[in-house]
Design a protein around this ligand. Structure first.
Ligand SMILES: [Fe+2]
Length: 188
């Protein structure tokens, strides 16, 4: 009887061993059209075929996407245990790719916060404040602000010119009945 059970256990173990398990891997190639990747399964370094890259949100023409870089560490899961069909289900920070330090707080993004970081620009939602930095913010569409707008070191302009130039022209203008500019002046 023991031999019989041992034989069954051996058959079951052999079968279970054939079921592929989730594995860590590194990205080796990225298809920017389909957002598919090829990865090297670690630690063997076995190169896979193309597989879908999981995303935070997907839809028809919608989504939240952040394409990977070559070398990024990911977690891959075999579809129904099939080692020929993998999916990237997660991206994993590592000792060589640590979570980014936010320029806004000089710390990695903390629990309850949200951050988006690229080379040259970032967006960090922390508490009641949204910190953002970029060489340019390009908005297409109307901007509606329920509050004040202030520029501490720049200008505010419309298609005719800046408010500063408008103020200068106003302060210089004269009336034909006056020899000097009328009051009030706007020197602010
Ligand atoms: Fe006037």
């Amino acid at each position: 009887m023991d031999r019989f059970l041992d034989a069954i256990h051996a058959r079951v173990a052999a079968h279970v061993n054939q079921i592929a398990q989730p594995r860590c891997a590194t990205v080796q190639a990225f298809d920017p059209t389909n957002h598919a990747v090829r990865v090297a399964i670690q630690p063997e370094g076995l190169l896979t075929g193309w597989m879908p890259l999981g995303a935070v949100a997907v839809g028809s023409g919608t989504g939240i996407v952040a394409p990977p870089a070559i070398g990024d560490q990911v977690l891959v899961v075999p579809q129904e245990g099939d080692s020929e069909h993998w999916h990237v289900v997660s991206r994993i920070f590592s000792q060589v790719a640590m979570p980014p330090v936010s320029p806004a707080t000089n710390k990695p993004v903390q629990s309850g916060e949200v951050g988006v970081f690229t080379n040259g620009a970032y967006l960090h939602v922390s508490g009641g404040t949204i910190y953002a930095q970029a060489s340019q913010f390009k908005l297409h569409g109307n901007l509606v602000v329920d509050g004040s707008i202030s520029s501490t070191s720049g200008d505010v302009s419309d298609q005719h010119g800046s408010l500063d130039r408008l103020r200068g022209n106003y302060d210089r203008h004269t009336h034909s009945s006056l020899s000097s500019p009328p009051t009030p002046q706007d020197s602010e």
